[in-house]
Structures are given as C-alpha cells and as structure tokens.
Ligand binder design. Structure first.
Ligand code: PHE
Length: 342
C-alpha cells in the first residue's frame, strides 16, 4: 500500500463514523483543506522529475475528487436518514379516532332573555344595554341612593375606586336613557345584562347574575299599566292561566314599591312544595318611579310618571326548569348546557 491507499483508508474509516455536519466539516478540513492531508501530498512534487509530475498531479486530483464525492454522498445519505426519521416520528395515523368537537346549545339564560325581549319588543319597547363598569352616580346616586344611604346595604358592591363599581343592577341603563332624552320624551325600554353583587356563592346566590329591568316613562302612566304589563309577562313565562298578586315593599327608586308573586304553575294556587304551600311564587320587584329619580334625570314629575320592574333571569330559569343550584349556569358542564337544546 502506498501513501495514497493509506490516506484513503484512514479517510473512509473516519467518514463511516461521522454522523453530524460538524464532524463532516472537520473531516473535509483535515483532508481537503489548505493544510489537509491531500494538499500535503503535493509537497512531494518538487522532488519529482519533470515526467513524473503530471502523472502524480493527476493522481492527487483524482484522489481529491474521489474523497470529496464520497464526502458529499455521505452527507446526502445522512440528511436523507434524518428526514426519514423525522417523517417517521411525525407520522399521523389517519385511522385513529379523532377528537370530537363538542357541540353545546344556546345557553338557557340567553334563551330566556331572548324570549322576554321578544315579548317586550312586540309591546313597543326598545332593548337597551350599558356598561358593566359603572359610576357610583348612575348606579346609586341618580336612583335616589345618595352616599351612606342605608339601603345601599341591600346591594353589596364591588368597588373599583370610590366612584366606580361593577353595576349591581341594570337600573343605571335606565338613568342613562332618561338623561339621553333630556327629560323631554317618553321612554319605553328593557335592559338585560350581567350584574354583580358581593355575595358568597352557594346554591341560590351568585356574585354575578343576569337581570332584565324594564322602564316606562310617559304622560299618565299608572300602577294599572304596571300591573297589566307584569301580568302579561308572567303569563308569557309561566303559562296563560297564571295570575299575579302585588305586595307592598320598599325600593329607594320607586314609590310605591311592590314585590310581585305569580300563582304557582305547579299546583295552580292549591299549595305544593314549589310554592312552599302558599300558592304563589315571588318573581320580581317593581314600582312607580320615585319623583326624585324622575327629577334627577330631567323630568317634571307633574308631566311625566313612570313604572319600573326588575327580574332575575336565573331565578326564572330555576323555577321553570326545576334547577336547584344557580352555579350550574356558570360551570359550563356540557351535559347541563345540552339539556336545553331546543
Ligand atoms: N333594581 C332593583 C334591583 O336590582 C330591581 C327593581 C327594578 C326593583 C325596578 C323595582 C323597580 O334590586
């Protein structure tokens, strides 16, 4: 074996064990680089005779070519193997069962809000929405609840700063609407939306819930209009045979104020466990808009009167469908959500 064969042998031995780009680059430098083994073979040239030189030169060039081709071929083979390994690792088995997209249904609270909206839009009301982060002025003061008024305790609040809170009811939307018309025009609106109160969550309390409030301000608006409207609403929600009864109550923004009961849809007033043997179920609060509230929103109470009511949407759903825990509405259990797939 001459020097060429020894060199070739050594080169191939190293090539075989080279696995990375780095190793290949080093191998290339060691053999084909400026100071590499093959280049060094040229140093003998000066000792050779004129006639030997071309033959020797050709041999060196041929070797150079051979080694560099071997190097490239090895590099390509390595890249191919790497790609194949990657493809194998990322292979997708299209016969595996897929992840099913879980289909829910319209949320029951949305359905109830929509059906109540439909009723009132049919009666000529507008649907109004407003911000959930509200000023103390609109949430309380303009509703006849000045700072430190004891009735503020009825609605424990989440304050963001001394003048800003998460609204405790959708009544501020009514204030905003009355101010919008500058106390000059009648108003007939319902205000659905989320409201927040500082409550410990349990089966019947939630710190966030939904309300629909209604407001009518017009000339000659009376308690009889309120009662007729509420009767219509109760019958739409709980059946055409329902009756309602009004009991005196207190809200700072209405005078007089009432609690409204609907005759029990289960026993028709005879008495059962749902109505706690009273024949009636309390469903909402209402009243005639307080003169102070009208005045603060720019109305002259001698010219305009109004009625208002507020209903809790979860409570209606719980009564209608026998749901015993308010938390079901917010925990997104698909089985619960699908129960109302109409
Ligand atoms: N704003 C009252 C509440 O959230 C509900 C209500 C509205 C009561 C209108 C009477 C009249 O408690």
């Amino acid at each position: 074996m001459d020097a060429f064969d020894t060199l070739k042998h050594a080169f191939h031995a190293r090539l075989k064990t080279s696995q990375t780009d780095q190793e290949l680059a080093q191998l290339k430098a060691d053999y084909l680089g400026k100071k590499g083994e093959v280049t060094q073979l040229m140093q003998v040239m000066k000792d050779l005779s004129e006639s030997e030189r071309p033959v020797y030169g050709q041999r060196v060039n041929a070797l150079k070519k051979e080694l560099s081709e071997a190097l490239n071929a090895h590099k390509k083979a390595l890249e191919k193997a790497l790609l194949e390994a990657q493809l194998a690792a990322e292979k997708i088995d299209v016969t595996l069962p897929g992840d099913r997209v879980q289909l829910g249904a319209r949320h029951i609270l949305s359905s109830i809000v929509e059906s109540i909206e439909d009723l009132f839009v049919g009666l000529g009301y507008q649907v109004k929405e407003g911000p959930e982060i509200e000023s103390d002025e609109f949430n309380f003061e303009k509703l006849n609840l000045p700072k430190h008024h004891p009735a503020r305790d009825m609605q424990d609040s989440f304050y963001i700063d001394p003048n800003t809170l998460l609204r405790t009811h959708t009544s501020p939307v009514q204030v905003r609407t009355m101010l919008e018309v500058g106390g000059q025009k009648p108003v007939k609106i319902i205000c659905p939306g989320k409201v927040y109160r500082r409550d410990d969550d349990d089966a019947t309390h939630s710190h966030q819930f939904m309300q629909i409030e209604g407001l009518v301000v017009d000339h000659h608006t009376s308690m009889a209009d309120l009662k007729g409207t509420l009767l219509k609403m109760a019958q739409t929600m709980f059946g055409a045979d329902r009756t309602i009864r009004l009991r005196p109550s207190y809200f700072p923004f209405t005078e007089p104020s009432v609690e409204v009961d609907v005759s029990c849809y289960n026993c028709d007033g005879a008495g059962c466990s749902i109505c706690k043997h009273t024949g009636y179920i309390e469903i909402l609060g209402a009243g005639m808009v307080h003169d102070n509230v009208l005045k603060m929103s720019g109305y002259d109470p001698k010219e305009y009167q109004g009625f208002a009511f507020g209903i809790g949407v979860e409570r209606i759903a719980m009564l209608k469908y026998g749901i015993e825990d308010i938390r079901h509405f917010y925990t997104n259990d698909m089985r619960f959500l699908r129960m109302f797939n109409q």
